[in-house]
Ligand binder design. Structure first.
Ligand code: ATP
Length: 299
């Protein structure tokens, strides 16, 4: 019995640890792809955030030795600014986000935040400093209040309502019969993709991190929901250093920088106007999206 109990208990521990660490990033990082555990250097100090400037310096990455995914990627996101990454499926966009969160260590090159190599600081402090709005948020089978306060354990109801208001969920929750105590998840209220994403936004607003990873997901949303999500995302990205993985070009027009990634390499970099004027890969992507979204009012 004891023999059986120990492994089960251990598995439970692993499960809880993964759940705690990854609950709001599971889709971004792929919960089922068991990560190679990154290790803190002994007595690693906490990350000290001044403005939250991010620097990728000649970053290359391969999940398996025979297949390089990112090659020699360099960019800087000045404190408080947004860098949007676009490119075809499989180009390596999410990999950039996984590396910034230090889900994996880079194969070569370095990533730093405010001049501190992220391998030299504690993982806990790094992840505390970064908020993630994933494509698909998984909720706890618990109250809606709990699901939002997850961003900041011990948050007051007032703080939760503030976050809900900024995430444009205040009216929605206010009209639920049990308000913040309404149960959500498999056994409770089912939320739409857009509502779930706004819960993720509310969590991040409550956590109030200096850095943000946005994995934009708008494909399954109608235009009205998309507009609301974009408004909330713009709000949450304000004054935070943001790495946005963008699938729809309409959402990144205002990003200070846009990085076009193709087969793991940076093929273009600039802002929207510069890249359109350059008439290269971005301009082609843009023209293609315009064609695909003909008739939609927001593009
Ligand atoms: P999409 O727009 O479709 O989300 P992406 O540009 O975000 O794509 P990534 O998720 O970064 O692409 O994946 C880049 C490449 O790395 C893909 O070919 C993918 O199959 C591969 N890859 C991703 N995660 C792993 C992993 N854990 N192990 C091995 N290969 C992986």
């Amino acid at each position: 019995m004891i023999q059986l109990f120990i492994p089960l208990n251990f598995l439970g521990f692993i499960y809880r640890e993964i759940r705690e660490a990854l609950i709001n990033i599971e889709r971004l990082f792929g919960l089922l792809e068991a990560p190679v555990k990154v290790v803190d250097v002994e007595t690693a100090p906490a990350l000290r955030i001044s403005g939250g400037a991010v620097r990728f310096d000649k970053v290359s990455h391969a999940y398996t030795a025979e297949r390089p995914i990112l090659e020699d990627v360099s960019f800087t996101i000045p404190a408080g600014q947004t860098l949007a990454v676009v490119g075809p499926s499989g180009a390596g966009k999410s990999t950039l986000a996984r590396l910034l969160f230090r889900f994996y260590d880079v194969s070569s090159g370095s990533i730093s935040i405010d001049e501190q190599d992220i391998r030299s600081v504690s993982q806990h402090s790094l992840r505390q400093a970064i908020g993630v709005v994933p494509q698909d948020t998984v909720l706890f089978n618990d109250s809606i209040g709990y699901n939002i306060a997850y961003g900041k354990p011990g948050a007051s109801d007032e703080e939760i309502w503030n976050a809900l208001r900024m995430a444009q969920l205040e009216d929605f929750v206010a009209q639920l019969p049990e308000g913040l105590n309404t149960q959500v998840g498999e056994r409770g209220l089912k939320l739409s993709g857009g509502e779930k994403q706004r819960i993720a936004i509310a969590r991040v607003l409550l956590k109030d991190p200096q850095l943000l990873i946005l994995d934009e997901a708008t494909s399954s949303l109608d235009t009205h929901s998309e507009r609301r999500i974009l408004d909330s995302l713009n709000l949450v990205a304000q004054r935070r250093t943001t790495l946005a993985i963008a699938h729809r070009l309409s959402t990144i027009i205002h990003a200070e920088q846009i990085l076009v990634l193709d087969q793991g390499r940076v093929v273009e970099q600039g802002n929207h106007q510069q890249l359109l004027a350059a008439g290269g890969a971005y301009a082609h992507l843009w023209a293609e999206q315009l064609r695909n979204s003909e008739g939609e009012s927001d593009v």
